[in-house]
Each structure stands twice: as structure tokens, then as C-alpha cells.
Design a protein around this ligand. Structure first.
Ligand code: C5P
Length: 324
């Protein structure tokens, strides 16, 4: 019997790009948030050897370049297990969509593998193997609201926030993350403050978001009520802390329809709208389910592929990962 694992997506609640490092990666500061949209990964163990990827979507690689293949190969070695592993990917999330689909798939494959071979890696080992495969894999080993540092792979769980309704808009285009980073570098190279940006730890943008997150966390952990006397959603408090996605500056000029999608979400009543990761997915946070559903109707009429989902707390994430 294959093990089915729900591979939930993430959005970025703010993303600041810092210094370009010697290893070719950029320092990042971001808050990841898992959401209810997901792919389904089925892992089974058969007689023989090797790793086989099955997926009906032709855009998903079936060879050793697939993130699921890479993580399962490393994990089988670390767990010292043999056999023919079949990974079936039921793709629902957009490919190259900024929702971390391929990264989430890999983590789901790892969790499924552990179940089928009835062996588990220590948590630190899982995080190490995940980070080797890609910068935004480890967040899916935490779930909920997650602080991402380093190249995005150093992850720390933040306080569980109440679920919030969001609308996700998935334009047809796929945005390449390395390409978006390269555009960022070209853009910053043209600026006077370039020398500042390429010095380690010298990014004002990261310091700014860091302060906002710190203020938000202190408030949240103090137990003081959010907002002015009202029970306000802490996510909206985070929005007010000044979250912003730096990728918008380089992705919107190249794909103007994405900028239009953000405006459409704002016009449809989003309390906050943003590009997720390097895109192309846009999301909007809404005050209520009704407001989100009304926005989806409006956005679809305008021709946008829009759907309602919710943010998942860490507990909800882990409760739903194994699709029994
Ligand atoms: O880690 P991942 O495989 O997802 O990264 C893909 C590419 O994105 C990297 O090779 C690098 O070009 C770029 N990247 C970056 N800085 C990061 C994360 C990714 O420059 N923090």
C-alpha cells in the first residue's frame, strides 16, 4: 500500500534580499507561512532497486534532477535502506509558482519514505538533508509560521498564529528563481548603494524587516491584545510591521500582468496583497471568508485564476500531512 502525503504550499509574508554571498546564494530574511493548497505525494516500496518518479504533468522532471529523487536518494543512504521506491506526484500546485511546490514535494517524499521503510531520521539529519536539496525545503519540516534566515534554509518556528483566509491568484507564467536573483543583482549593481549591499550584513532592507518582525514578535509573546483593544489578527499586525517582498521590484517590470494581479487583489478587498517568493503566484489576506469568496468571484470574472484557501498553523499542518 502506498503512503499518501499532502504536500502543502507556502507563501512568503515579506522577503528581503541581502548580500550576495561567496557561494553564489543571497542572504535572505523572510517569514514563511504554510497554506492549505497542496499536491499529493504517494510513496511505495517495491522489490528491486532505484527511484522512479511518476507524474502526469510533463513539466515535472522524472529524472535525478527532481527534488523528490534527490532527497530520497540521500535519505535512503542515511537510513541504510534498499529497494525500489516509487514516488507518484499528483500535481495541483503551479510549477515555478513561488509556492514552494517542488520543495514541499521533496519533504513529503522524505516523510513518505520514512513511513514505508519504517525508519526515521533524527530531526537534525532531516533538516541537513533537506537544506542540501534546496533553500526552501527545511521550512516544510517545521510548518505553520516560520522565520527563514541564511539562504532561507535556516528555519525557526514562530508562534502559532490563528488561521487566516487568503486568496491565491496563479497566473499562467512561471518565474525562474535564479533568473529573478540575477535580475536583482544587475539592478542593485546599478545603484550607488551597491557597495553597501554586497558587504556582509550591510543590507538596510534586511535590518528594517528584522526590526519589524522583532517588534511584532515581542508584542505577540507579551500576551498583550493585538490592535487597539480589539481582538485583531496578528497576521495583519505583521503586515503593519512593514513586510514587503523585494522580488516584486524585479519581477513586476518583467511581467507587468503580475503587478496588475496584485492591484486586482487589493481592489477586491485584500488587507494585504503580495507576490509569493519570486512568483508568479500572488496572494491576498482577507478579513473574513465571505470577503475572500466575494473577491474570488470578482477576480474570476476579470479573468484571473483565483482560489480561496487558509493559512495553516503548525498543528493543522502536521495533523493533515498524512492523508489517511
Ligand atoms: O536553494 P535552491 O536550489 O532553491 O536555489 C536555486 C538557485 O536560486 C540558487 O542556485 C541560486 O542561484 C538562487 N538562490 C540565491 N539565494 C538564495 C536562494 C536561492 O541566490 N537565498
Amino acid at each position: 500500500m502506498p503512503i499518501s502525503v499532502r504536500s502543502f504550499a507556502k507563501i512568503n509574508l515579506g522577503l528581503r534580499i541581502g548580500a550576495l554571498r561567496e557561494d553564489g546564494f543571497h542572504e535572505l530574511l523572510t517569514v514563511y507561512q504554510t497554506i492549505g493548497l497542496h499536491d499529493v505525494i504517494r510513496v511505495s516500496l517495491e522489490r528491486g532497486s532505484g527511484i522512479e518518479i511518476r507524474c502526469a504533468d510533463p513539466r515535472v522532471p522524472k529524472d535525478s534532477s527532481n527534488t523528490c529523487y534527490r532527497i530520497v536518494e540521500s535519505a535512503m543512504q542515511a537510513l541504510d535502506v534498499r529497494g525500489h521506491i516509487v514516488i507518484d506526484i499528483e500535481k495541483r500546485l503551479p510549477v515555478q509558482g513561488g509556492l514552494g511546490g517542488a520543495s514541499a514535494n521533496a519533504v513529503a517524499a522524505l516523510l513518505g519514505l520514512e513511513r514505508v521503510v519504517k525508519k526515521a531520521l533524527p530531526a537534525e539529519e532531516r533538516l541537513r538533508i533537506a537544506a542540501e536539496v534546496g533553500s526552501d525545503l527545511p521550512l516544510f519540516l517545521v510548518g505553520g509560521t516560520v522565520l527563514g534566515l541564511g539562504r532561507g534554509e535556516r528555519v525557526y518556528p514562530l508562534e502559532d498564529l490563528p488561521a487566516m483566509t487568503c486568496v491565491v491568484v496563479t497566473p499562467e507564467v512561471g518565474v525562474s528563481t535564479p533568473h529573478a536573483f540575477a535580475r536583482w543583482d544587475r539592478r542593485t549593481a546599478g545603484r550607488a548603494e551597491t557597495s553597501k549591499l554586497t558587504m556582509p550584513g550591510a543590507s538596510d532592507r534586511m535590518v528594517e524587516l528584522g526590526r519589524g518582525i522583532s517588534a511584532w514578535l515581542s508584542k505577540s509573546y507579551s500576551g498583550a491584545p493585538f490592535g487597539r483593544g480589539r481582538a485583531e489578527n496578528p497576521l495583519l499586525e505583521l503586515v503593519r510591521a512593514g513586510i514587503k517582498n523585494d522580488f516584486e521590484e524585479v519581477v513586476f517590470p518583467e511581467y507587468p500582468e503580475l503587478s496588475e494581479g496584485k492591484s486586482a487583489l487589493e481592489c477586491a478587498g485584500a488587507k494585504y496583497a503580495s507576490l509569493s517568493g519570486s512568483g508568479s503566484t500572488l496572494y491576498g489576506l482577507f478579513a473574513s471568508k465571505d470577503a475572500a469568496h466575494a473577491a474570488v468571484i470578482r477576480l474570476r470574472r476579470q479573468g484571473w485564476a483565483a482560489q480561496v484557501t487558509v493559512t495553516l498553523t503548525r498543528k493543522q499542518y502536521w495533523r493533515r500531512v498524512f492523508a489517511e
